[in-house]
Design a protein around this ligand. Structure first.
Ligand code: DAS
Length: 359
């Protein structure tokens, strides 16, 4: 009799176990597979006290700790992490960009990867986002996320930003939207987002154009998408690139006579982005330096220091006469990225202007 009961008990245990195993497998199957690529920043930062929100150390928490600090992640996705870099993003390099872009493309080509989240410092997050928007070769979601307060601070914004970025990266509606930036409940396009305030959690905005959507609770809601070509629709490919052409940004201001343009030419820049006053204006005293740059074959893009709005072609400068390119509505740091990639394809200013109208 005991043997019989034991046999029934073991059978029941096996049944319960196999049911749980099936349920676990089904649940795992149902959740998206998201890879978190960590690069550093405040989201991986730590301060001495819980009220330290300036003067903390960025880029100290490793990716596996970022993940384990948000146990809720396991409820919304099957998450794995890789440490691509561990830097404050003001020190971002073109080498890290190329490594990151190639790793993103490698992972997204795998059937068992549904989306990617990149943790990043906020200082150059908008630049990495636009660079990836132009070179990622997949429609799968790529979401950059950062934070304005270190993880040790009271009301740290990083954990919830990371949690929502992972949800977004696993959301079907996020497919085909280009590279996105997720902070402070807001979903922005990598092309248009920029850091607008030095020290507030609502710093990332898309001036004039607006966000792609927002989070309501744990739910992402999209209201628009960018009409500009991105990811799989671009002509740019980093596969065989080991470096990017040197492009410098020069800032215009009252009294400027082009010294920094001369410096960029001396440093062998292949392109210069002019951050002009107003609608991309160039001061009379700058022209000798600019004409020297043009003579040396340097490609010049006119952007503006004002931070938003369209640079009208042939508005504040004779672009046709000088062969300048108008940056459309790209701010200087974004225009630099498109010009660097354009110069991997051509030096023809008409072709490059076309690219500024398309991307
Ligand atoms: N220094 C900033 C950076 O790493 C910190 C941050 O805001 O992420 O970009």
């Amino acid at each position: 009799m005991n043997k019989r009961i034991l046999g029934i008990f073991i059978t029941l245990c096996l049944l319960v176990f196999s049911f749980q195993a099936v349920a676990f497998a089904a649940e795992t199957q149902a959740k998206p597979n998201i890879v978190i690529l960590a690069t550093g920043g405040t989201i991986a930062g730590a301060g001495v006290t819980s009220t330290t929100t300036v003067g903390y150390t960025a880029a100290v928490t490793p990716v596996d700790k970022l993940i384990s600090n948000v146990p809720e992640l396991t409820k919304v996705a099957n998450v794995s992490g890789e440490q691509v870099a561990q830097i404050a993003s003001e020190s971002m390099t073109m080498d890290i960009w190329l490594t990151l872009a190639k790793r993103v493309n490698q992972l997204l080509a795998q059937d068992n990867v549904d989306g990617i989240v990149i943790t990043h410092g906020t200082d150059t997050l908008e630049e990495t986002a636009y660079f990836l928007d132009l070179v990622v070769k997949s429609d799968k979601p790529v979401v950059l996320v950062g934070s304005m307060r270190p993880g040790t601070a009271m009301s740290a914004d990083g954990p919830l930003n990371l949690y929502r970025a992972v949800i977004l990266a696993g959301t079907k509606e996020a497919v085909g939207k280009g590279v996105m930036v997720m902070l402070n409940d807001t979903i922005n396009a990598g092309r248009e987002v920029t850091k607008t305030i030095t020290d507030r959690v609502d710093t990332f905005q898309a001036p004039i154009i607006g966000a792609l959507g927002v989070f309501t609770g744990d739910k992402p809601v999209f209201y628009r998408q960018s009409l500009r070509k991105n990811t799989t629709a671009t002509e740019f490919d980093v596969t065989n690139l080991t470096t990017l052409p040197r492009v410098d940004i020069v800032y215009h201001y009252a009294g400027n006579a082009g010294t920094m343009i001369d410096a960029a030419v001396h440093a062998d820049a292949k392109g210069i982005v002019h951050a002009g006053t107003g609608d991309g204006s160039i001061g009379k005293a700058e022209y000798p330096a600019i004409e020297n740059a043009l003579k040396k074959g340097v490609v010049v893009v006119r952007s503006a220091r004002v931070g938003s709005g369209i640079i009208a072609r042939n508005g504040e400068a004779d672009d046709d006469k000088y062969g300048f390119i108008a940056s459309d509505n790209l701010n200087p740091q974004k225009a630099r990225i498109l010009l660097m990639l354009a110069l991997t394809k051509t030096n023809d200013v008409k072709e490059i202007q076309r690219m500024f109208w398309e991307y």
